[in-house]
Design a protein around this ligand. Structure first.
Ligand SMILES: Cc1cc2nc3c(=O)[nH]c(=O)nc-3n(C[C@H](O)[C@H](O)[C@H](O)COP(=O)(O)O)c2cc1C
Length: 187
């Protein structure tokens, strides 16, 4: 099982990265962590060449190799800080650019999970997690669940959220269970 965990926070070692890594820690298998912080990322400009010409996205930046890597993975864990009740701009660029593989159906029947951090006593992360889960299922990815934790401006604060930390283990177990159930049945 190859698992990729992505943090969409602009803070490389921020609370979202910590929480994504916590989920990865509890999963057995080959794992790769990717932070979108500081990478060369660009938005989809809707040139539509990807689906009209059946080619890879023509924008040559870091999203290219990330999308290639996602297609190799069995499990995709998407992480984002809650920004104004939405995903971060960094993650949104990746989400939008994945239109380049939408028609190819290359993510179908992979397993996906969501990690969101919001402010202390924040609530909007629940909405963000729903949007992210909807994105995964639009690609035909089997949704394993989510962890939403209290991060905030202080890096490392997420480690005080014992409920979220406990949930990372439960989510990892659910991911491994889904993998066992579905492996060999994928197209
Ligand atoms: C631009 C911006 C917008 C934010 N919007 C919200 C919000 O709407 N609701 C919330 O609970 N927290 C909000 N936050 C707080 C972050 O979600 C929180 O600090 C998060 O844990 C940061 O993750 P990181 O440490 O991985 O960067 C916002 C933070 C920033 C910088």
């Amino acid at each position: 099982m190859y698992v990729i965990g992505i943090s969409g926070s602009p803070r490389k070692e921020g609370n979202t990265a910590i929480l994504v890594k916590e989920v990865l820690k509890h999963i057995k298998g080959r794992k790769k962590f990717v932070s979108l912080a500081g990478l060369n990322l660009n938005p989809c400009d809707s040139c539509d060449r990807c689906w009209k010409e059946n080619i890879e996205c023509v924008i040559d930046d870091d999203i290219r190799w990330i999308i290639r890597e996602i297609q190799k993975a069995d499990v995709i864990i998407l992480g984002s800080p809650c920004y104004w009740g939405m995903v971060s701009a960094q993650l949104k660029m990746l989400i939008d650019r994945s239109v380049s593989i939408y028609e190819k159906d290359t993510l179908k029947n992979k397993i996906g999970a969501v990690v969101v951090t919001h402010d202390i006593h924040g609530k909007a992360g629940y909405m963000v997690a729903l949007m992210m889960a909807n994105f995964l299922s639009t690609h035909g990815i089997l949704y394993a669940g989510r962890v939403i934790g209290e991060g905030g401006a202080e890096i490392g604060h997420i480690k005080k959220d014992k409920r979220a930390l406990k949930k990372t283990k439960e989510l990892a177990e659910r991911i491994m269970e889904l993998y066992e159930i579905t492996k060999g049945r994928k197209k």
